[in-house]
Design a protein around this ligand. Sequence first.
Ligand SMILES: Cc1cc2nc3c(=O)[nH]c(=O)nc-3n(C[C@H](O)[C@H](O)[C@H](O)COP(=O)(O)OP(=O)(O)OC[C@H]3O[C@@H](n4cnc5c(N)ncnc54)[C@H](O)[C@@H]3O)c2cc1C
Length: 212
Amino acid sequence: MNSHFPKLKEHLKLASSEQIRNMDSFGGNLVNASPIGDMTILFLALNSDVIILDQDQNKRKKALKHFYQDYKTYDLKDGELLKAISFKLPTMTSFFNFEKVCKRTHLDIASVNSAIHISVENNRISEAHISIGGVAAIPKYLHETSKFIIGKIHSSVTIIEANNILQSEILPISDVRGASYYKRLLARQLFFAYFMELFPQQFTLNDFLQHV
Ligand SMILES: Cc1cc2nc3c(=O)[nH]c(=O)nc-3n(C[C@H](O)[C@H](O)[C@H](O)COP(=O)(O)OP(=O)(O)OC[C@H]3O[C@@H](n4cnc5c(N)ncnc54)[C@H](O)[C@@H]3O)c2cc1C
């Protein structure tokens, strides 16, 4: 995992504390169904499938992006166990990142967390999976935003237009982790930040500042 995701250790350090990380499991984080579950957001952007076993050991597969139905409601029947998770490994042309904003860096749940897995070939976006937490009742796979950018030129215009779609896909509520407008702002900033972080030669803050 570390060789495929060089920043994984950094990402994991942002999830709760060492004590909690030593005890909890990926399965628990996914089935806990928290809208801000860190591992859930990470695996959603990897366009993962979950493998589910029933009590008779019958297996079924479900795309994680279709697993969550409503707040803490998900496609798991009594007696079913989430057995495994599978996803395509990053390639030479794909880029992955995870970001989390909280009131403090460590041992805090996110105000907003998000992840992206994007493939770019010949300056065109060939595949994209974007997820975001803390802005809806479920950990959210951004179906429309992801669909919108696929096939588009990898440019600041595309990214700025995509943010409009992203904003229409989310519905954050105001709570102790931030006001609704603040979470929308975070969603936009994290989305723009991905491109500056993953493609520093191509995008600078100035490309986006004129639109904010
Ligand atoms: C102090 C503290 C800080 C935390 N900070 C964070 C944080 O920063 N980020 C974050 O994402 N979370 C955080 N959490 C939440 C915690 O990480 C999750 O609750 C944890 O991931 C759950 O994992 P678990 O293995 O303990 O699951 P459990 O609590 O044991 O299970 C959660 C639910 O999932 C079900 N379940 C578990 N595994 C499976 C399976 N394989 N198949 C089917 N059902 C299953 C259980 O029956 C239960 O209903 C924090 C929790 C605490 C207490």
